[in-house]
Write a protein that binds this ligand. Structure first.
Ligand SMILES: [Ca+2]
Ligand SMILES: [Ca+2]
Length: 313
């Protein structure tokens, strides 16, 4: 009798050990079916940046292995990202039939209307509400940049006579200006010379541009934060500007432009390269209409005058 009880206990123990080993084996098989175990696979297709004009990118998301139950993935942006972009859709569902079919997530930059520069942000992916514990809490992310469409614009506090030589000398004057906005990058002078810097051949169209200094679909700001105006797809300001280039405390400045109010290169003598001893066209930075480009008219070359300077991207 005692032998029979011992035998039964032994068989029971043996069955339990066998069951445990079998469970372990199933678990090992399950984890080994993917190359590195369960994970969220995310692949960024194309560029790794959006921009404030709405450029979008797509991310392909799928699971690394078949789940035992449906897996929901929550899609979001990090705290900087929510101010810089939109993301869609915000949830993804993977089943045993769709786990290896990539779901497409679209991220698009948004225009925040402030001078804030380029921003780094993340698109984040987190599995939740899964019926398969192996897929609970898996996360992944993609790093992106949102390129700004905003730039500084200012008028130099000092000037040059109109025989300063060429457009690069005017650019240098912008970049060495004591009143250049702090923390900004490189500036170009908003002038035309008819050869290396042309804004428009036909009035107000923006055709035939050469080395032109304004960006398309961009916003320009004064250092005091005032929004001066935006450009269209033709890289020309949409008039009237919201604010004058120079703030009222700075007073009026008449910068060399070499432009007509239609952005064409002025045919006044000095605009053939900014080397002559004749006269050249000046604008008026206190105006917001198209005449801000040429309102002060033709002035003798020796009138020391400022430049309007615009920031490169
Ligand atoms: Ca921004
Ligand atoms: Ca911005």
């Amino acid at each position: 009798m005692r032998f029979l009880i011992k035998a039964a206990s032994f068989i029971g123990l043996f069955t339990s050990v066998l069951f445990m080993l079998q469970c372990e084996r199933i678990d090992i098989l399950k984890k080994a079916s993917g190359s590195g175990g369960p994970s969220l696979d995310v692949v960024l297709t194309g560029d790794n940046y959006t921009d404030e004009n709405g450029k979008s990118v797509t991310v392909e998301v799928k699971l690394s292995q078949e789940p035992q139950a449906d897996v929901t993935v929550v899609v979001s942006l990090n705290s900087i990202g929510v101010t810089e972009a939109t993301i869609s859709p915000v949830t993804l569902l993977f089943t045993s039939a769709t786990w290896d079919t990539a779901s497409i997530v679209t991220v698009a930059g948004i225009d925040d209307g402030t001078y804030d520069g380029n921003k780094s942000y993340k698109a984040e992916f987190l599995s939740a509400s899964t019926g398969d514990s192996d897929f609970d809490g898996l996360s992944n992310s993609v790093s992106l940049n949102n390129y700004s469409n905003d730039h500084y614009i200012f008028v130099t506090a000092t000037g040059l006579t109109a025989n300063f030589g060429d457009v690069s000398a005017a650019d240098s004057h912008c970049n060495s200006a004591a009143n250049k906005p702090a923390g900004s990058s490189e500036f170009l002078a908003l002038i035309a010379d008819g050869t290396s810097r042309i804004a428009s051949v036909t009035a107000s169209i923006g055709d035939g541009q050469v080395g032109w200094v304004l960006e398309p679909n961009a916003r320009y700001y004064r250092e005091d934060g005032a929004f001066v105006g935006k450009t269209g797809t033709n890289s020309l300001f949409e008039f009237p500007l919201t604010s004058e280039v120079k703030n009222t405390a700075e007073g009026t400045a008449y910068p060399w432009t070499g432009l007509t109010s239609g952005w064409q290169t002025s045919d006044t003598d000095n605009n053939t390269g900014w080397t002559g001893l004749g006269s050249a066209i000046r604008g008026n930075t206190s105006l917001t209409g198209a005449t801000m480009l040429d309102e002060n008219g033709s002035n003798v070359y020796s009138s020391t005058s400022a430049f309007i300077c615009v920031e490169k991207p």
